[in-house]
Design a protein. Structure first.
Length: 127
């Protein structure tokens, strides 16, 4: 039987290019404090961190903030095409995904009434 468990910062330690403590500090920091925190991290490590964060949908906005502190060539060397994409987004500003909210082509309602043809139903039903 499957049992759910909480995910902690230690679950990211193997893949994350910075310590769990440092990642937590950056994650919890106010946006204005992030540049100063990133200034203490070498650029190549910041580029790896940007790719790491971008791979997780809930940290993509933070990934673009980290990427904004990197040169395009460094992001490209570390993450290839993904690095290019993160760099572009970091310069354009992050736009949260909508996942289709409010973007439906048609707001037409659904009718549960039958067409009446071939079903023998007339539209008035008595129990």
């Amino acid at each position: 039987m499957f049992q759910a468990r909480s995910i902690g910062i230690e679950d990211f330690n193997d893949d994350c290019p910075v310590s769990g403590e440092q990642l937590g500090t950056i994650y919890r920091a106010h946006a204005d404090a992030i540049p100063a925190l990133l200034a203490t991290i070498p650029e190549r490590t910041r580029a790896r961190l940007a790719a790491f964060l971008y791979a997780r949908s809930h940290t993509r906005e933070l990934a673009t903030q980290v990427a904004a502190s990197c040169h395009a060539t460094t992001l490209r060397q570390v993450a290839g095409d993904l690095g290019d994409a993160i760099h572009r987004q970091s310069r354009q500003g992050y736009t949260a995904p909508t996942y289709g909210d409010g973007h439906r082509a048609s707001k037409k309602g659904v009718s549960l009434a039958g067409s009446g043809t071939g079903s023998g139903m007339t539209g008035s039903h008595r129990l």
